[in-house]
Design a protein. Structure first.
Length: 292
């Protein structure tokens, strides 16, 4: 996801990947309390420490500026921060399903997507979240909005859905594939790229009316994509795969990466500067067009 809405996304993911769950085991001290009898077992309490106030896995995060951010994850988790991630407050999503993706359309309007076609939306900064109909029961993994009205989501079975009314209604688009689609990046209302399983890369220049398959040169699953303009983009995926294009995806060139485990997401803030995050806490950074 790119443009003005995605400048901070790579760093936001870095923030989330650096958050670990620590636990404290608080038990009675023998020096001040008698040992419990067999009939009175110890009462030990466990508390979430970080990230407060819960410990479910987080699947996506989006920042609007340096301080305001939203993270989503398992069991309908939605967390909000107003201090750049130093503290997080839980919000009620109204769904028990896993949320895989989230994006802002403006400071108060956010949309999250997830399993079984879940789509929830807030227009008051997250105070209330309302379930919307997506028209599908397929899991939805990625979401991209280029303005408050125009957005696209992708998911399982080659699902691509498009809205032009801020998410009130969604129209199915023909992707030409049944492979799951994970990542999506639009640079404007018409120009977008979607990536998915087995090296799938799809391109549209007409807002998704038609999607054209591109040759990625790999069968590795593509999990994340970031374009800074119509021509310049990067894809990341399984086993450390990184692909780069400077001609709108007509040709993709493989770039080396030190880790050989999965790379989950990529965000370029300009043609030269980008961040990649992945499994086992991987964080890769380039300031030279991805060549190092």
């Amino acid at each position: 996801m790119n443009g003005a809405l995605s400048v901070n996304r790579g760093w936001a993911r870095v923030v989330v990947l650096l958050i670990f769950v620590l636990n404290t085991w608080s038990c009675s001290d023998d020096s001040v309390s008698p040992k419990p009898s067999p009939e009175s077992p110890q009462n030990c309490e466990w508390f979430w420490q970080n990230p407060l106030p819960q410990g479910y896995p987080i699947r996506d995060v989006w920042f609007a500026g340096a301080n305001l951010g939203v993270a989503v994850g398992y069991s309908g988790t939605i967390l909000r921060t107003t201090d750049g991630g130093s503290s997080w407050a839980s919000q009620t999503s109204g769904t028990p399903g896993t949320l895989y993706g989230v994006t802002f359309t403006d400071a108060n309007t956010w949309i999250a997507v997830g399993t079984y076609g879940i789509l929830v939306r807030t227009t008051d900064g997250g105070t209330t979240w309302v379930r919307q109909k997506s028209g599908t029961t397929s899991p939805l993994f990625g979401i991209s909005f280029t303005d408050t009205e125009t957005g696209t989501v992708v998911g399982g079975g080659g699902t691509i859905l498009r809205t032009t009314d801020g998410g009130t209604t969604w129209v199915s688009q023909t992707s030409g594939t049944t492979s799951p689609l994970f990542g999506i990046s639009f640079t404007d209302a018409n120009m977008g790229t979607v990536v998915g399983a087995e090296g799938t890369i799809l391109r549209t220049t007409d807002g998704g009316t038609t999607w054209v398959s591109q040759t990625s040169g790999t069968d590795a699953w593509s999990l994340g994509v970031s374009f800074t303009d119509a021509e310049t983009g990067t894809v990341v995926g399984r086993d450390g795969a990184i692909l780069r294009t400077i001609d709108g995806g007509t040709t993709w060139v493989s770039q080396s990466s030190v880790p050989r485990h999965d790379l989950r997401s990529v965000s370029f803030t300009d043609a030269n500067t980008g961040t990649v995050v992945g499994d086992l806490g991987t964080i890769l950074r380039t300031t030279t067009c991805g060549t190092d």
